[in-house]
Design a binder for this molecule. Structure first.
Ligand code: MSP
Length: 643
């Protein structure tokens, strides 16, 4: 079996995990699961990055010893793995003794190559990103990556001769163009290296919380030197047992967000070259989840919690959403509307209906036993479906191999669409009423069941629980991708009991938010990480992006089947719009007509209970109470800006 080693970044522990961390972990999990299905010997590592000044300060602020603080927050990341059905082989913490040993062993090897020397560092440092920032890169005196404040450092430091590796790095990029993917990132890093490399400060002397530099305990290692080594630690580097190192290094794929590519595609290979160790096979930089126009990040405060989405939609639905919505390397927008729409359209409608139709009809017309495909399977629709299956297996597995999970899912959904159209075309319920067409009925149902088997196999890396549930309904066991097409469903297989996969969620986004707000309240009481210490205020420019305007209600009516929603027609000066507002429990439609309200004018349209809403009405929300509309002191014309 081919060895395949996949890693996530190890996460800083100064705040609880959010969707961004959950995303990398879920993607790495899907890649690990796909490679297991390809018949490879997979080792999958994730964990936490626990040293550095930021953690030391966060612990001080929480009134805790750094180790105790680290233990508590690392636990939240471990829980995240369990919550999201992550199949990691190991969970590494950089505070573990095995890691101290490994980082010191790597340091020694780099020093033995003559690449470490002592000097003085004077310059700027960003504690949020744990990076040294050259003066010329500062933006308005702040960190160019996170926009946070930088600190002036002046201390004795050990340096790594990074400058010596400029040429070897450029040779690496030239000889292995797929070392870093997607290609656009490779171009960026190449340009950066071509511009020349300064030596890198790799120790700090002004705080304690880190791994001591061998032979000089007044210094701790720069947290990135320490952190990157984790990928070796987990394989036993620096210990007696080198069997995992021999087996899995360097068959490694490092997955991460694009903001830390420089450390992985530049520092890391340079450290490894210096230590005379083989270089990783591949580095994949994925895009960022954006929310409210900015990267979702704990330092900005615009974060979504994975728990709210798994509670409302289930783990597999969240896994599906993030992997379908974000093409490799690109940014994507995380929104409640997006999750709800994909859930209802792709999962409840497309996949859920297909599986339920196939199972129900086999139970109804064939006593729950998979029938045999009969003559008739050479007819056009059957041939087309068989071809679609073949193409999907090839296309989707190829896309998984290229880390293009979103494209792989598109392939599978095209097959789901095809199979749903096949049902409509064959109309098995009509065939069932015509005894002379029994053979075609059985062929159609066999083909459907077999398509469902293939679909379960292909979605398995992304939605392992759903795949297992479908297999239980079909009465089959898991299959390697190598046999997915050749080994078909056996006629005579007895189906298991049918269960609903993705019941439609009829709630509105507002109703879902109200539910998750109350969950957030109950979660905050549980012991976890202390609140992030960062400043979550926004600038005036950020605020001005939100266009608030005055609107006059022209018409108002209840939305059928919804307790909370009202459909409003409003005059916003230059135009009239429909807005759906979650205020039905507090206001009667007739109370609203003629009333002046404030709205968010430049909100993207969203469909609520099938009605397109173009904007949002502002109301105060008091805990446990009903919404109270914002009103104006004096008459204001519709369309006036509120700021
Ligand atoms: N500790 C370093 C990594 C060291 S690896 C040797 C670190 N930690 S972090 O906690 O800040 O996590 C960063 C990673 O979390 C990103 O690279 C990415 O994988 C993930 N994400 C955090 N926010 C994200 C988004 N908004 N969107 C997508 N992924 C993001 O950096």
């Amino acid at each position: 079996m081919n060895p395949f080693y996949i890693t996530t970044p190890i996460y800083y522990i100064n705040a609880k995990p959010h969707i961004g961390h959950a995303y990398s972990t879920m993607v790495a999990d899907a890649i690990a699961r796909a490679h297991r299905l390809m018949g490879e010997d997979v080792y999958f590592l994730t964990g936490t990055d626990e040293h550095g000044q930021k953690v030391e300060r966060a612990a001080q602020k929480a009134g805790k010893a750094p180790q105790q603080f680290a233990d508590e927050v690392a636990a939240a990341f471990r829980t995240m793995c369990a919550d999201l059905n992550i199949s990691n082989s190991d969970f590494i913490r950089t505070t573990e003794p095995r890691h101290h040993r490994a980082a010191q062993a790597l340091w020694e090897r780099v020093r033995a190559s003559g690449d470490i020397y002592k000097g003085d560092y004077e310059g700027w440092y960003c504690t949020v990103d744990e990076v040294f920032v050259p003066e010329k890169q500062l933006m308005d005196g702040r960190c160019p990556t996170c926009g946070g404040p930088v600190e002036r450092l002046k201390e004795e430091s050990y340096y790594f001769r990074l400058s010596k590796y400029q040429k070897p790095l450029l040779d690496l990029y030239a000889s292995r163009p797929d070392f870093l993917q997607p290609a656009i990132r490779m171009n960026e890093i190449r340009t950066f290296v071509e511009a020349g490399l300064d030596d890198l400060s790799i120790s700090r002397a002004s705080f304690q919380w880190g791994i001591s530099v061998p032979g000089d305990p007044a210094h701790v290692m720069y947290v990135w030197f320490d952190a990157l080594t984790n990928y070796l630690t987990a394989l036993g580097f620096g210990s007696e047992d080198t069997s995992r190192m021999d087996r899995y290094w360097p068959a490694v794929t490092h997955l991460m967000g694009k903001e830390i590519i420089r450390q992985h595609a530049l520092y890391w290979p340079a450290f490894l070259m210096s230590a005379q160790l083989p270089l990783p096979q591949r580095i994949i930089g994925h895009g960022h989840w954006m929310m409210s126009g900015a990267k979702m990040s704990k330092s900005i405060g615009n974060v979504a919690r994975y728990q709210d989405y798994t509670a409302a939609f289930g783990v597999d639905a969240l896994r599906y959403f993030v992997m379908r919505e974000m093409p490799l390397g690109q940014d994507a927008n995380f929104s409640d509307e997006g999750v709800l729409n994909r859930y209802n359209a792709d999962l409840a409608n497309d996949l859920g209906n297909l599986v339920s139709r196939a199972m129900t009809m086999i139970h109804r017309y064939c006593d729950g036993v998979v029938p045999d495909a009969r003559p008739g399977d050479t007819e056009k629709p059957e041939v087309a479906l068989q071809n679609a299956i073949k193409q999907t297996v090839e296309g989707a597995t190829h896309n998984f191999e290229r880390y293009q999970i979103s494209l792989a899912l598109q392939d599978v959904w095209a097959l789901i669409g095809h199979a749903n159209r096949y049902v409509v075309e064959r109309e098995p319920w009509k065939l069932a009423k015509q005894p002379d067409r029994r053979a075609l009925l059985e062929t159609a149902l066999y083909n459907l069941a077999d398509t469902v088997r293939v679909i379960a196999g292909l979605i398995d890396p992304v939605m392992p629980d759903t795949a297992a549930r479908i297999r239980r309904m079909l009465g089959v066991t898991p299959q390697d991708w190598t046999s997915l097409r050749e080994v078909q469903l056996k006629p005579g297989t007895r189906l298991g009991p049918t269960e609903p996969l993705f019941p439609r969620v009829e709630k509105t986004v507002e109703e879902l938010r109200a539910m998750s707000d109350s969950q957030i309240d109950s979660h905050e009481g549980t012991p976890a990480a202390p609140a992030p210490a960062e400043d979550t205020r926004i600038s005036i420019d950020e605020f001005m992006k939100v266009e608030l305007r005055v609107a006059k209600v022209l018409e108002a009516e209840a939305v059928p089947k919804s307790k909370k929603l009202l459909k409003l027609k409003v005059d916003v000066g230059a135009e009239q719009r429909t807005i759906v507002a979650g205020i039905a429990e507090a206001y009667q439609p007739e109370q609203l007509v003629g009333r002046t309200v404030a709205i968010v004018f430049n909100l993207k349209p969203a469909k609520l209970m099938g009605i397109e809403s173009n904007g949002m009405v502002l109301a105060a929300s008091v805990d446990g109470g009903k919404p109270i509309l914002v009103a104006f002191d004096e008459p204001v014309p519709p369309g006036a800006r509120v700021r």
